[in-house]
Write a protein that binds this ligand. Sequence first.
Ligand code: MCN
Length: 790
Amino acid sequence: MSESDQPADKRGFGDPIERDEDVPLLTGEATYTDDIQLRGTAHLAIRRSDHAHARLLEVDTSAAEAMDDVVAVYTGADVEDSGVPNTIPTAWMLPGLVTPQYRMLAVDKVRHEGDGIAAVVAETPQAAQDALEAIDVEYEALEHVTDPVESVDRDVPPVHEEAEDNVAFDFELGDADAVDEAFADADRVASVDLRQPRLIPNAMEPRSALADWDVATEKLRLWMTSQNPHLHRMLLSAGTLGVPENKIQVIAPEVGGGFGSKIYHYPDEAVTAWCSMQLGRPVKWKASRMEGYVTDCHGRDHTTSAEIAVDDDGTVRGIRVETHAGLGAQLSQFATATPSYLYATILSGEYAIPAIHCRVIGAFTNTTPVDAYRGAGRSEGIYVIERLMDVAARELEMDPAELRRTNLVPPDEFPYETAAAVVYDSGEYERAMDTALEHVGYDDLRERQAELREEGRYLGIGVANFVESAGLSPSGLAGDLGAQAGGWESSIVRFDSTGTVTVLVGTADQGQGHRTTFAQIAAEELGVDVDAIDVVEGDTDQIPQGLGTYGSRSASVGGGAIARGAREVREKAREIAAHQLEASVDDIEFDDGEFHVAGAPDRSYHIQEIAAEAYLGHDLPEEMDPGLEATNFYDPENFTFPFGTHVAVVEIQPETGEIDLERYVAVDDCGEIINPMIVEGQVHGGIAQGIGAALYEGAAYDDDGHLLTRRMDEYAVPHSTYVPDFETDHTVTPSPHNPIGVKGVGESATIAAAPTVVSAVVDALEPFDVDHLDMPITPETVWQAMGGEE
Ligand code: MCN
């Protein structure tokens, strides 16, 4: 932050400024990929597999080709024969990882319902859709498997010949011997077997792409629903199309939500680009909502056995975790990172646990590929440790909040290295926990719970603590862990000669409000009003490099790059000001945009005046180049570790098993807050998604491997009426290594909410000896747990 205190009326860092992006979004004026119209555009539709697992005996496209308005029909063999690399690469290598080739269209067999078989390009979207029906596909059905445990335990035909046992990786983290010792020495052991169902992202805008191959310049322009255009550019170039990276421009216009699902390099957008290259004309593809359900990467899909060793006084000695992680039919880019490093490394939660061991078996199944979904890996890990805390509290007959408090990492232990191989940057866990428990009135609630139980009413109080690794960095660590990309972010901060500022940054917004918050960061550093700042994201030709938006990294890593760039610009401006004021640079002070000599504020230059001077170039310090801009690559030294405590209060209706979610209290700590209103919005959305996972959502397959939950009335995303008013608060523990002290917030509440709500429901059912219920906990589940008939 700048050297000066921010005046009360200034709209900078820390102020709840209204989102700059909202007017066009709310009035329908914003431009999404599908809104972009290019003359001569043809339309792509993709014929998809109806089978979960089948050999492709024949794909006859002749009838489709003969239909009116059909321009071309391509099969997987056509793509393969075209000589492009035709690989959708994985971006994260683990030791011993099996990496079967993932092609743009299937050639030998289909491996999940929705696998792409053929591409139809037609003059109109309708003609392309109609022609799909005319493609005659002859299949030889194979036995399929949708469950990750069955996939490796049962004798089934492998999803990929390269992995006969369906195991893509077998990953271990932690010290197994130390854990054995802890378990042998501890007073008690408690355990839980749990399933974290497959979740479907459900962004408001379905995925789409518009590709335009310029035959003359051999350049590809691709507009797409992307969370990371630069990563898409790199993967398209190196793995899939073989087009030089500097001949690809990827543009993400407005993107209507992603929740992780638009990080990935899918076959569909690549096929769109490939078709445009074949035809030399623009080609557009847009997923229908139902197509999205079987092609957008799903999330979670874990089956876990976990144990915890505790002493009678509540001290946790160790945990042991074994998980089967469903990967789906193909390795999506981060499919291997999510259930390994992002999951196992967070299992310590907020607690000082001396011994941790985790084994993860990554299993191929005949299902839609699984990858990171909001909270990725960290949600799954925190869920495990928080469920373990609850079962241990039951075992010890101890209050679950008290058990948690007993084991918190104390504030003076930071930076704290966990037994799960990460170093937490900063934390005041007990402060956040106290704030949440006081806010909800925890002790009174426990009394009320006891009274109500006397009346045959079942109140449940759920508490969960969370910590999250946000923003994967530094690049060196990412590389050691297997990432095929760095952990940095890049920015350009540029004053124009008239004093306005353009900030270009390699992150890419899908609803997070970057334009507003990033302007606030620059405004604070440069002492100019946010209205003078324009933030540009999402275009690889405008912003030379970047890594995009995922892992709640944009504020800390992108924001860090902006702050550093702005400081560099400010320092150059200071030198120019010193020259103008005929003083030494060391004597120049910067106050709210004005440079003046220390102790002589009457004669000053505003940084915007200095910008004009920098571009005139008439009177600059000797050997200084004209211009006022800086390019910055920021590679943080560590993740940031946001944390907090959430509390839910539920009442169960014994007659029906219905769960009334009465209250939801969230205390989050994301370090310094750039914009409290935006942070609040992120927390609200995150809680809703966590509640969805706990009570409503979950993909289901039928016996033939068909997705049953493929429409919005079958896959229950929570409506606003399903959730209570959220009661939120924050503590502020700055990240010591981040230039602006921020930590991420985009996933925190999702990570916290599912274990909080499950904890509350299970707590309500204590009189029925219920220790655990798997998500989604429906009224039927509750009813049965209370002894009701199936
Ligand atoms: N912010 C802030 N102060 C902080 C931290 C963050 O004001 N201390 C602001 C940021 O400037 C940004 C927003 O909060 O405007 C979220 O910041 P951050 O935590 O850095 O997360 P990202 O911007 O990197 O967004 C990614 C994260 C992820 S991983 C998912 S998934 C997710 C999420 O954000 N998907 C979303 N939030 C979403 N919100 C919307 N509307 N749509 C999605 O698809």
